[in-house]
Design a protein around this ligand. Structure first.
Ligand SMILES: *[C@@H]1O[C@H](CO)[C@@H](O)[C@H](O)[C@H]1NC(C)=O
Ligand SMILES: *[C@@H]1O[C@H](CO)[C@@H](O)[C@H](O)[C@H]1NC(C)=O
Ligand SMILES: *[C@@H]1O[C@H](CO)[C@@H](O)[C@H](O)[C@H]1NC(C)=O
Ligand SMILES: *[C@@H]1O[C@H](CO)[C@@H](O)[C@H](O)[C@H]1NC(C)=O
Ligand SMILES: *[C@@H]1O[C@H](CO)[C@@H](O)[C@H](O)[C@H]1NC(C)=O
Length: 360
């Protein structure tokens, strides 16, 4: 029996905690309790500069109050029903909120140790030495519980936006990379969709594969950057490829930031570098995203520092993932081909249906 052409592709990829979903851009801001007023302000002040590490809600603050609300209407979306009938939905979605990578956690532990051995005394370093390092190296980029919530609520909002497509008895397909955070994200997304389609179902029914299907692993599609030989050779494994990033790390703007942070923390400047300062900055973003708190790490940065650190991260994404090298975008053709093939197929099926019903 032919199934309807509705298709839900769930395709988390990559490694960073991002503000961008493939279809919808979703991110937000915090409103924290009165007791930690100054620190709350610190996290809020810095959050626009977190770039690929900003929390999901920074772009759509209404989600902080109502995670399932669709937000204010956007002009031109959705198209009026008379002009357009949705046949299929293809979405490329990044994983939900994750923990820092093992490498980042190691650097943070190093910085934290330095603070314990500092010789001067400053308010900021005292607060941070008292902060307990709760990240373990084995958390290494794994999905956080908050990430499950991101994915589940995203699925439920999408189902509310496309009630005709994301409906019981439609056909769904999920494709993920092999990464645990992506498989976990797919699973959480599917759970959210299940809730949206069937409400609170008994688990037997919720697991019915005809309803939502398995999650297929396909790294050729979802981690095209790992499998593209030219990208791996010329960009990923090429020390020269990031020379602009490396130059900025030791350039005058970054040097000033490192000096200011060393001063704030009562550490000798030669013990700090751009990487350690960046890890401290991202720790502020991770604590906001994962725990919904303003971490004491936020308080050591000014907005001026944040601008420089935002630029450093943008520069890295530019050369490693975006316009810097042509192969960065060409490597994704395999994914786009797959999307367009699926869209073409949906149109074809729909035309076939229309002509067979008119001849019947
Ligand atoms: C995040 O923190 C703010 C302020 O403390 C609170 O109002 C909000 O409910 C929290 N959100 C979640 C999801 O815990
Ligand atoms: C503090 O001073 C001691 C002794 O001079 C030195 O060995 C240590 O490296 C200093 N700590 C830091 C963080 O620089
Ligand atoms: C991710 O998946 C693993 C294996 O199924 C599971 O043990 C773990 O609890 C999951 N984590 C999250 C946050 O979903
Ligand atoms: C993965 O996707 C590619 C591109 O669409 C396809 O050619 C390949 O057969 C898929 N692999 C698996 C195991 O499904
Ligand atoms: C296409 O035809 C099949 C079989 O008659 C039907 O189940 C399905 O709903 C139709 N799909 C669309 C989009 O009209």
């Amino acid at each position: 029996m032919p199934l309807e052409p509705a298709h839900r592709r769930f395709l988390p990829a990559g490694s960073a905690l991002r503000c961008a979903g493939g279809f919808l851009l979703l991110c937000l801001l915090a409103a924290l309790g009165a007791a930690e007023g100054a620190e709350r302000e610190a996290a809020e002040r810095l959050s626009p500069y977190f770039g690929t590490k900003c929390r999901y809600e920074t772009l759509h603050p209404h989600l902080l109050r109502e995670p399932l609300a669709l937000g204010p209407p956007q002009s031109g979306f959705p198209l009026p029903p008379a002009s357009c009938t949705p046949l299929q939905l293809n979405a490329v979605i990044r994983h939900g909120t994750r923990f820092p990578t093992g490498g980042q956690i190691k650097k943070l532990a190093h910085l934290h140790r330095l603070l314990g051995q500092r010789n001067g005394s400053c308010a900021a370093s005292e607060a941070l030495a008292g902060w307990s390092l709760w990240y373990r190296e084995d958390m290494d980029g794994q999905l956080a519980e908050r990430g499950r919530h991101d994915m589940s609520t995203l699925a439920r909002r999408l189902a509310a936006r496309f009630p005709g497509l994301l409906a019981p008895r439609r056909r769904f397909a999920f494709v993920s990379s092999h990464k645990a955070r992506c498989l976990n994200s797919s699973d959480a997304f599917r759970d959210g969709l299940r809730q949206a389609l069937g409400g609170q179902q008994p688990p037997e029914l919720g697991n019915d594969p005809t309803m939502l299907g398995d999650i297929k692993i396909n790294d050729t599609l979802m981690r095209f950057f790992d499998l593209c030989e030219k990208f791996v050779r010329d960009v990923d494994n090429n020390d020269e490829a990031m020379h602009e990033v490396d130059a900025f790390k030791v350039g005058p703007e970054m040097k000033k930031v490192v000096e200011r942070i060393a001063n704030n923390l009562c550490l000798p400047v030669d013990q700090l570098n751009a990487d350690l300062v960046q890890v401290a900055f991202f720790t502020c973003s991770f604590e906001l995203a994962i725990k919904n708190i303003s971490s004491p790490w936020c308080s050591i940065f000014s907005e001026e520092d944040a601008l420089v650190l935002e630029y450093l991260n943008d520069l890295k994404q530019y050369w490693k993932r975006a316009y810097g090298y042509e192969i960065n975008s060409r490597a994704s053709c395999i994914l786009f081909q797959d999307i367009f093939r699926n869209l073409d197929q949906a149109v074809l099926e729909s035309k076939k249906n229309a002509s067979s019903s008119s001849t019947a």
